[in-house]
Ligand binder design. Structure first.
Ligand code: ADP
Ligand code: MG
Length: 593
């Protein structure tokens, strides 16, 4: 083929692909335009995960009628005139590409009326083909309506994620902007349901509460650090409040959301050694620096930036976060935390939030632990049912361990036992996880017995989490959790599995939501097993807990009754075997093979 210039339509679709990757990119660009227009109220309506409709209305400065057809041209902007301006950008937009890009891959309608105009002007563009500008009656401000996104790019449509994911992306994007611009009133509706509503009264903690629920918002620590030329503000979670992924870590540089792994590394460094491996804080940090310190013109979506002096930024973040963490005294913070799960044991210094789930602390933890471990003393019939001679109920191979003689506990973490061929060291947490898991899965084939809570527990979630949970509620009742929607982003837990009586219901539901968040479209069977494994992990007795000889024996007996006693549900070993032969060899005894 000879070289030729691409038709304008194709070229603009290619260019659009860089800016508009998905429905959330449309929301981001249009929202940023409203913020640049100094809107005080922004109303967003989304239908069909943004593929059918995204409509954003603001009360900002509006676009004059004679400029409206220019606004949808590529490289048309009111925010930049010369290259030198690029070094001191204070607006979110400057590339003049967003509206043109959106126009070329959707059916776009812009209606706008500046305060001085008598009527509004409207323009419609479909797949890049613009109609005429017409006058129309409308209130002050701008309404951008984007219908049938990617209707002319079926390939792009196919690459979009599941609707749940796209909706969640929009939720989390808008909530983060609502945090960054608390003086602006935001309202987001998805398919007619309110996902987010803020008052615009500049109260960030209030927005936090909308994001994460009142309880979490109350616990979040405020970061305020200012030096001559850098300001770090925002909120971070105390070490007792963690997540299983980095999704709740976000940064804004000069009011612009930025994805930059080195920023999160700086944050995580500040938490270094304070969090368990695999746990991450929640953080939303706003960094304000001189515009000349940062180059925002390195990426079409403006999500990546380049710093003139990265080390200075990282050190600033680290110092600010570390200071906030230290200012918070562990004891009072922890008692805060425990107050939530168990008001009577405020003095316990157990640090990790997770360890409060299931085995709260102090007396009550002992009670719950006893309940769960000696809940069902191993009955003989249980044993014969899954004895080696008989096939297991599930038809899966059975890998019994030998009958063991308990010797005792070491380091409050391991049980020591003797078998026919040597010594066994058993990890009490992993073993208990395995026991709970198998009981759960066995009960699941019918219906897991549930225990009603005297006082149903109220769980508040972020809009994104609430969405994930409502879409997966059906998976929960067979597991013994009866959970129902209870107003905006709030749920009521009415029952918990009897096996886990004593577990903190709200905390258990949060664990479940985290699992849903990890992967939105798992297989039904898979999701249940994974959920159960996860709940059991949280409910199982922790390492470091002294067990009475009775409890040790129960644990051992129950483990013996398991079908796969050698690993925990996550695949880690529950026990280490040291054979007599190995012992003999180690001691240099004669006769050792
Ligand atoms: P950019 O934001 O990079 O300038 P856009 O394509 O997003 O480019 O928008 C083009 C122009 O349209 C903006 O520079 C602005 O003048 C105008 N505009 C877009 N949306 C709005 C709005 N909601 N209110 C007022 N003006 C707007
Ligand atoms: Mg813009």
């Amino acid at each position: 083929m000879p070289i030729h210039i691409l038709p304008a339509e194709v070229a603009s679709q290619i260019a659009a692909g860089e800016v508009i990757e998905r429905p959330a990119s449309v929301v981001k660009e249009v929202l940023e335009n409203s913020l640049d227009a100094e809107a005080t109220a922004i109303t967003i309506q989304v239908e069909g995960a943004g593929k059918r409709l995204i409509e954003i209305a603001d009360d900002g400065c509006g676009i004059p009628a004679f400029e409206i057809s220019l606004a949808i041209e590529r490289h048309a902007t009111s925010k930049l005139t010369k290259a030198a301006d690029l070094t001191s950008i204070t607006t979110l937009g400057f590339r003049g590409e967003a509206l043109a890009s959106i126009a070329s891959v959707s059916r776009l309608t812009i209606t706008s009326r500046p305060p001085q105009a008598d009527v509004a002007a409207r323009i419609q563009v479909s797949g890049g083909h613009a109609g005429l500008v017409e006058p129309i009656g409308a209130p002050f401000g701008t309404v951008v309506r984007v219908e049938d996104l990617f209707f002319n790019l079926p390939a792009r449509l196919k690459f979009l994620k599941h609707d749940t994911t796209e909706k969640r992306q929009i939720d989390s994007l808008v909530t983060r902007y609502a945090m960054a611009y608390p003086q602006v009133r935001f309202s987001l509706r998805q398919d007619g349901h309110i996902s987010l509503q803020t008052s615009g009264k500049s109260n960030q903690r209030e927005v936090l509460a909308v994001m994460y629920g009142v309880e979490t918002a109350r616990q979040m620590l405020e970061v305020v650090a200012e030096d001559l030329d850098m300001q770090v503000r925002g909120f971070i979670s105390p070490i007792s409040l963690t997540r299983s992924n980095r999704r709740e870590i976000s940064f804004f540089i000069n009011g612009r959301p930025v994805q930059d792994t080195s920023l999160s590394s700086a944050l995580l460094k500040a938490y270094h050694t304070l969090l368990m491996v695999g746990r991450y804080p929640i953080a939303i940090l706003f960094i304000d620096i001189h515009p000349e310190w940062v180059d925002v013109n390195v990426h079409p979506t403006k999500a990546e930036v380049r710093f003139r002096d990265p080390d200075r930024i990282f050190t600033g973040i680290q110092r600010a976060v570390r200071r906030a963490l230290l200012a918070y005294t562990p004891v009072s913070g922890v008692s805060d935390q425990l107050h939530w799960s168990n008001p009577t044991s405020a003095l316990k210094t157990e640090r990790d939030w997770d360890s409060n789930v299931g085995s709260s602390s102090g007396d009550s933890s002992r009670r719950s632990w006893e309940q769960s471990i000696s809940f069902e003393p191993p009955r003989d019939q249980d044993k014969t049912e899954i004895s080696p001679e008989l096939p297991s109920r599930s038809g899966m191979p059975v890998h019994h361990i030998e009958i063991l003689r308990l010797i005792g506990q070491v380091a409050c973490t391991y049980l020591v036992a003797e078998g026919p061929d040597g010594l066994y060291l058993i990890d009490q947490h992993a073993a208990h996880e395995r026991i709970l898991f198998e009981r759960f899965m066995a009960q699941r084939s019918t219906m897991v017995p549930a225990q009603s809570l005297l006082n149903p527990a109220v769980v508040e979630l972020s809009p994104a989490q609430a969405r994930a949970l409502s879409e997966q509620l059906i998976h929960l009742s067979p597991l013994g959790f009866q959970v129902e929607s209870f107003g905006l982003n709030t749920f009521l837990v009415r029952t918990v599995p009897s096996m886990l009586a004593g577990i903190d219901p709200a905390a258990a539901i949060r664990v479940v939501v985290e699992e849903f968040e990890e992967d939105e479209t798992p297989l039904q069977a898979e999701i249940e097993a994974r959920l159960v494994a996860r709940i059991c992990k949280r409910a199982a007795v922790k390492a470091g807990k002294i067990l009475s000889p009775e409890e040790q024996r129960n644990l051992l007996n129950n483990l013996e009754a398991c079908q796969s006693p050698r690993t925990c549900p996550h695949g880690r070993p529950t026990m280490i075997h040291i054979s007599v032969d190995l012992l003999n060899r180690q001691f240099g005894r004669k006769g050792a093979r």
